[in-house]
Design a protein around this ligand. Structure first.
Ligand SMILES: [Zn+2]
Length: 109
């Protein structure tokens, strides 16, 4: 399975498209599609049929965006950054985690 550079819970910056320059939080990632769903980004109108519990209407819903169109915002230096890989040792095991290319802070802990 392809790995994305963005994960659920990341703050991201949108690089292109109608939401260019907007920031949001990743709600879910879809690695097989290479896409992520971001809070408040790429909103589409969704028409729903009435059911017993839900009224018919038009709802706003986030549609997935390509992960290549977003950049992770480092929680440490607050900048949109590229990701580098950093090696850490966890319980005597070597693991690779994501780190900020600008300040070096680990993004996965
Ligand atoms: Zn940083």
């Amino acid at each position: 399975m392809a790995k994305l550079h963005v994960k659920k819970g990341d703050q991201i910056l949108v690089l292109s498209g109608k939401d260019k320059g907007k920031k949001g939080k990743v709600l879910s990632s879809l690695p097989t599609a290479g896409k992520v769903v971001v809070e408040g980004i790429n909103i589409v109108k969704k028409h729903t049929r009435p059911t017993q519990t839900v009224q018919a209407g038009i709802y706003d819903q986030e549609a997935p965006v390509y992960s290549a169109k977003v950049m992770v915002i480092c929680p440490s230096c607050k900048k949109a950054t590229r990701i580098k890989k950093a090696q850490i040792t966890k319980a005597n095991k070597v693991a690779w985690v994501r780190a900020c290319k600008k300040c070096g802070e680990l993004l996965d802990k």
